[in-house]
Design a protein around this ligand. Sequence first.
Ligand code: NAP
Length: 269
Amino acid sequence: MTKQHADVRPGRLSGKKVLITGGASGLGLACAERFAEEGADLYLADLNEPAAAAAAQQLASRFNCQVGFSAVDVTQEDSINAAVEAALRTLGRLDSCIASAGIASAGISESAVDKSVLTTPLASWQKVLDVNLTGVMLTCKAVANHVVRRGGGGTLINLASSAARVSLPGNAEYCVSKAGVVMLTQVLAMELLPHGIRVNALGPGFIETPMTAAMREDPEGRARMEGMTPMGRLGKPVEIANAALYLASEESSYTTGHTLYPNGGIFVG
Ligand code: NAP
């Protein structure tokens, strides 16, 4: 665990303590960088512990902030509870959480072209739902229970996807998991309203992260993603981190239960 002490730094998240699952890669890491830049202290929890350790080291020295890290498997309640406890020991409290841990598929080698609900093995379906939906629920539960115990306030931000609203043939389990995150966010927003906790989600379009690397390297895959996006280009991770920053800051004080879709116009083109 990396631990560095720093004075409260200025910024839109000055002094805020933020747990990020999936914080070692892609959108979670981009949020970590952007939030550190705006004065937050961080705890990165990720399945990939060496990557989380490297990211924590790098962020702490670059931004002179406090950054802890640990391994977590968000599908296991004991594991995410332990990560939240470790974050509290490192940071003292949590004001915010970004649930970014997620997978595009179960990694079982079916061809996406031929794949359909009719051929998806049950284990693949369950794995994607476990990580992308149950994992977000367990993360929100662990963090919100802490925040409620210490008197409420703060924000939870869940990574959904534009795939919550656009059906992607061959990816039913992903689309359904993300639609579930949108509804989970709405229900939690109502349940946590009395505790002053705002709960919102992000539904990115196609973004340049390791998750889309294989599709980006395949010219047909890239053309498909760009073709579905009226702006004609993929998004940069910082464009999602900026949206997360808005949702985590007081600038979004009147917003809860909302899913913000930074997606280059996918729904309107
Ligand atoms: P990414 O670069 O693959 O990062 C995801 C991180 O989550 C990885 O470090 C991964 O570790 C970790 N992870 C996977 N399973 C986990 C588990 N069970 N417990 C804890 N950590 C786990 O992906 P990304 O593009 O940043 O995606 C982040 C989130 O945004 C996901 O929920 C994704 O569905 C969503 N999203 C992404 C896009 C996009 O275009 N990139 C678009 C819409 C929504 P490993 O590397 O070891 O698996």
